[in-house]
Write a protein that binds this ligand. Structure first.
Ligand code: IPE
Ligand code: IPE
Ligand code: MG
Length: 270
């Protein structure tokens, strides 16, 4: 868990000019920042409906909420951000809504490439290729390739993603290798299994934020979220701003993570 200055933006002088934080780093207030943040960006439809707008307007507004989150996470030193953009179950929606979401994804990737490059952000697609339109795959391939050498933060977009399908695919890959004789089943451990998931190489998320109030995982990163802290807010995704992110991180900072053990308590001095 990274320890970061609570406000890496530093101190703002009364003349409005940015100044470096006047406190020595060792004395600056610190807070725990997740290494890997996962977000279920839910509530676009409700956001639109409550305004008498079509659901597509909610998705368009939802895309606008992604940039500040990505930028802030990068500033704070988060290593990876995984955003649930479209689940394997979301194909069940009206064709027009699905088309709109796919078009938004292509437009988002094209518009954000300069931001990724300027901030050293590497893009990664999570989810199955099968079923995605060629334009979406091409847009991902282009941005993944262009950002491949960036190493300040990894941004994972989960699209056509289903965690059960991901787990089954990993099991199938390992089984094929074992049957072909290249893998001893006894060598299949948690690390070997993790290495076959689309998140291979990333730390497991230590914080999951879900917007719009539902208390469920909806088939997102079931394996990887085993020990993540869960944070559910009623805020709808298009309204999720940097203040909402700060509240989530403050909650994360206050969590006692035991991982099945016993929390450390100060030893009595008597
Ligand atoms: C999340 O918002 C975006 C996707 C699932 C693609 P929703 O579209 O699920 O919004 P609600 O849950 O209907 O409000
Ligand atoms: C989860 O939201 C998927 C995404 C945010 C992409 P849903 O709206 O699809 O989840 P359910 O149907 O409420 O479980
Ligand atoms: Mg929803």
């Amino acid at each position: 868990m990274a320890q970061m200055n609570a406000d890496p933006g530093g101190w703002r002088a009364c003349d409005g000019a940015q100044r470096p934080d006047p406190q020595p780093a060792a004395e600056a207030p610190t807070m725990s920042i997740p290494r890997h943040l996962a977000v279920i960006m839910d509530g676009n439809g409700r956001w639109a409906t409550s305004r008498g707008k079509p659901r597509s307007a909610g998705h368009t507004a939802g895309v606008e909420a992604v940039r500040p989150l990505v930028t802030r996470c990068r500033e704070l030193g988060v290593e990876a951000v995984s955003l649930y953009s479209f689940s394997t179950e979301n194909w069940a929606r009206e064709k027009e809504e699905v088309h709109h979401l796919m078009r938004l994804c292509v437009a988002y990737l094209a518009s954000e490439l300069p931001l990724f490059q300027a901030n050293g952000i590497r893009l990664r697609r999570l989810g199955a290729r099968e079923g995605l339109p060629a334009e979406v795959l091409d847009a991902f391939a282009e941005v993944e390739e262009a950002t491949a050498a960036n190493d300040a933060m990894t941004l994972c977009l989960a699209i056509n993603y289903g965690s059960r399908a991901e787990i089954v695919a990993a099991a199938r890959t390992l089984a094929r290798r074992a049957v072909a004789g290249g893998l001893d089943p006894a060598a299949i451990d948690e690390a070997a299994f993790s290495a076959e998931l689309t998140t291979a190489g990333l730390p497991d998320p230590d914080l999951l934020i879900r917007t719009a109030g539902e208390m469920r995982l909806s088939n997102f990163l079931l394996w990887q979220l085993s020990y993540a802290e869960l944070y559910v807010t009623d805020t709808l995704w298009p309204d999720f701003d940097n203040a909402a992110l700060a509240a989530a991180f403050a909650s994360f900072h206050g969590r006692v993570r035991r991982f099945g053990g016993v929390p450390e308590v100060p030893t009595p001095s008597t």
